[in-house]
Design a protein around this ligand. Structure first.
Ligand SMILES: [Zn+2]
Length: 198
């Protein structure tokens, strides 16, 4: 890997996210969901989820409202190759309202979660329950510091996927018009005055 590596942030701009069924949401609050920041706790396990919708809108990426869990079409991920998926991602099952698997959709988490940072309108706090950086900023987006070099695909804190440049070219993006895409550089210093946020 060379310094100044480029990454791509793939995310959903959907106005139509999914909702977890009530019983499962209550169970999640008692187990994997941090109630301090409404995001999965920092335990590296795949998460199964059951949603109220028969099918998530706006493929290939969507998310479940209020719990920080991203959803993706398995056939979209497949282009990354099974070795990358099993090394870098934690894939869980997605069930519909009837309890059956939702065709071609899965939940995902990254072995690493990276902050997509910005330069203005910065809001930042540390979750007092799980220690997570709860961050949002506008302006030009970038990564800082450089993500770990033993992975090529990461979960972003914006419920998307961050993909290293050389892996990005494998993805057939033209077939997925709903996907949002930002190119991310790694500047020599963060542009939000917040330090490395490790
Ligand atoms: Zn938390």
């Amino acid at each position: 890997m060379t310094k100044g590596e480029t990454y791509y942030h793939l995310y959903s701009a959907t106005m139509d996210p999914c909702s977890m069924v009530n019983d499962e949401y209550e169970k999640a609050r008692l187990t994997w969901l941090c109630v301090g920041c409404m995001t999965p706790k920092n335990i590296a396990v795949p998460i199964d989820a059951q949603i109220e919708e028969k099918l998530p809108a706006d493929p290939p990426l969507n998310f479940i409202n209020g719990c920080g869990l991203g959803l993706v079409r398995a056939s979209f991920l497949a282009a990354l190759g099974p070795a990358v998926i099993s090394r870098d991602l934690l894939i869980g099952r997605l069930l519909g309202p009837d309890g059956a698997l939702v065709d071609d959709w899965v939940t995902f988490r990254g072995r690493y979660r990276v902050l997509v940072r910005g330069s203005k309108n910065i809001s930042y706090r540390r979750c007092t329950d799980c220690g997570r950086h709860v961050y949002f900023a506008m302006g030009k987006r970038y990564l800082y510091p450089q993500p770990p070099d033993d992975a090529e695909v990461f979960e972003s804190d914006l419920l998307g996927l961050v993909v290293r440049g050389d892996v990005f070219s494998r993805l057939a993006l033209a077939t997925w018009p709903k996907i949002q895409l930002d190119k991310l550089g790694v500047p020599t210093a963060p542009k939000d005055s917040l330090g490395p946020l490790l």
